[in-house]
Design a binder for this molecule. Structure first.
Ligand code: GRG
Length: 309
């Protein structure tokens, strides 16, 4: 995908041009993802996997993984296979989330959803294919210069983030909460800490694991990521109310229709924005000890609350 102007509202500082940084990183990720999955027999499944994977998301997750690895002394090459894997996993979760049995959506990333184009059977399998390939890709494509125990650690960390202790668990409670106006803040936090924040956390933490960070720094990265993860979801909830279908690339106003309790439904839009901003400030404070090297991750955190899609 050609880098678009989707980051044009990104905040700038005198010393760090986030728009340029994001566009460059986005392009690196697009190229790597395109190369990662060639179309071979049986073509239909590879085409279906590529249809959603290359449909032009913001690539926040792989960029977080690359940025963390670099900030902590590693290189883009060390982290690129894991960065591709987290985008494959994220994409599979979107494909399954959009299925009629779950959120039942017709549009995603500005295009018809996978099951609308390929049918439910192939969409389920495309998600399964992306999930399995993500782990294969990390295990086989991470450069040999990265010690194998780090690769094993990444595989385990990703697995934990996705299963019943992570995305899957969050999705289950989300499905159970639909239409329940008495969903508590505690339940809402559980849903989004698992459904959204767990993968964002894994992206950051895995970037650090690949470069071999200390346990102390891993703890700081974890706190940074948990804070941006929750802020990401608060903004997602706000955008569902305030943004158009064109801006979002998916159906807008779905939470209200599904009678879902959201952060803005509990706190109002203004208060939700304040809370998201506070989470971003707390996230950035965790990175102070990394000095100037933390500029990209801090700027990405601010982008998360200023984005319009
Ligand atoms: C992972 C095994 C496994 C199963 C998936 C369906 C499911 C279980 C979980 C749902 C997870 C989900 C869809 C969470 C929502 C996360 C979210 C805020 C998505 C939007 O992310 P953006 O804005 O989207 O980064 P783009 O398109 O830019 O990548």
């Amino acid at each position: 995908m050609v880098a678009t102007d989707k980051f044009k509202k990104t905040p700038q500082t005198d010393t760090f041009n986030l728009s340029a940084y994001l566009k460059e990183r986005q392009q690196l990720c697009e190229t790597a993802l395109d190369r990662a999955i060639p179309v071979v027999y049986p073509e239909k499944i590879y085409e279906s996997m590529r249809y959603s994977l290359l449909a032009g998301g913001k690539r926040v997750r792989p960029i977080l993984c690359l940025a963390t690895c670099e900030m902590t002394g590693g290189t883009i090459d060390m982290a690129m296979p894991t960065a591709c894997a987290v985008e494959m996993i994220h994409t599979m979760s979107l494909i399954h989330d959009d299925l009629p049995a779950m959120d039942n959506d017709d549009y995603r990333r500005g295009k018809l959803t996978n099951h609308k184009v390929y049918g439910e059977d192939i969409a389920i399998l495309a998600g399964d294919g992306l999930l399995a390939y993500a782990f294969e890709f990390v295990a086989t494509q991470t450069p040999q210069s990265v010690p194998r125990d780090r690769v094993l650690h990444v595989v385990a960390r990703l697995g934990r983030a996705l299963g019943a202790a992570g995305l899957v668990g969050g999705q289950v409670v989300d499905l159970e909460s639909e239409g329940k106006a008495d969903t508590s803040l505690e339940t809402l936090n559980f849903i989004h800490n698992h459904k959204t924040a767990a993968l964002l956390e894994a992206c950051v933490v895995c970037g650090g694991i690949l470069s071999g960070v200390s346990a102390e720094d891993l703890q700081k990265l974890t706190k940074y990521a948990q804070n941006i993860g929750l802020a990401f979801q608060i903004i997602d909830d706000i955008l569902d109310i305030t943004a158009t279908q064109e801006e979002l690339g998916k159906t807008a106003g779905k939470d209200l229709k599904a009678q879902k309790v959201t952060y803005p439904s509990l706190w109002g839009i203004d208060e939700s924005r304040i809370k998201a901003q506070q989470l971003i400030e707390a996230a950035c404070a965790e990175l102070d000890s990394f000095g100037d090297k933390a500029q990209p991750l801090k700027a990405i955190a601010h982008f998360i609350v200023s984005r319009n899609n």
